[in-house]
Design a protein. Structure first.
Length: 166
């Protein structure tokens, strides 16, 4: 193994976006042993601005990008869809493009709100989304943007998060 491929001598850079949120905070703790951690949140990175996103990715040159940030005010999303969609719908696509450009893995956290909740069994990857509100539509826009880039990615659609902090 070459020295530049040795994870001990040259640990991967992991960029976590959304470091103060519930998911991001836990990921910072659990992923820290796996590489060099760079964690950011608003206002350091502004997910409503493409240049802010590309600046952070290009400057940190991560091998893994973890998008744990989101506009999570589900009810407010109905009246603030433009901002909600920039963060949840547009930013993930920019992250996916940047990840592909640099051969990084994108780990993107989504939601079960992309579905309408009518299914009586567990949702699977092949189920057709049918969001009922603005928040779900924005998250589906982000998922779709990631899928369309066709880079290296994982999309996790969570239904609930919990942890020691709440």
């Amino acid at each position: 193994m070459r020295r530049d491929q040795d994870p001990i001598m040259n640990p991967p850079v992991i960029l976590i976006i959304g470091k103060i949120g519930q998911v991001g905070w836990e990921l910072r703790r659990t992923l820290a042993p796996l590489g060099k951690m760079v964690a950011v949140d608003f206002p350091e990175i502004d997910l409503t601005k493409a240049d802010s996103i590309t600046k952070w990715v290009r400057e940190t040159r991560p091998q893994v990008i973890v998008n744990a940030a989101a506009y999570t005010a589900v009810d407010k999303a109905e009246s603030d869809f433009e901002r909600c969609n920039l963060i949840n719908g547009v930013a993930p696509g920019i992250l996916a493009e940047e990840a592909k450009r640099s051969s990084a893995l994108l780990v993107h956290y989504s939601t079960d709100y992309v579905f309408d909740g009518s299914k009586t069994s567990a949702y699977v990857e092949t189920d057709l989304p049918n969001p009922l509100g603005a928040y779900g539509r924005s998250k589906l826009n982000g998922d779709t943007a990631v899928f369309q880039v066709d880079g290296n990615y994982l999309v996790f659609r969570l239904c609930w998060v919990y942890g020691a902090r709440g």
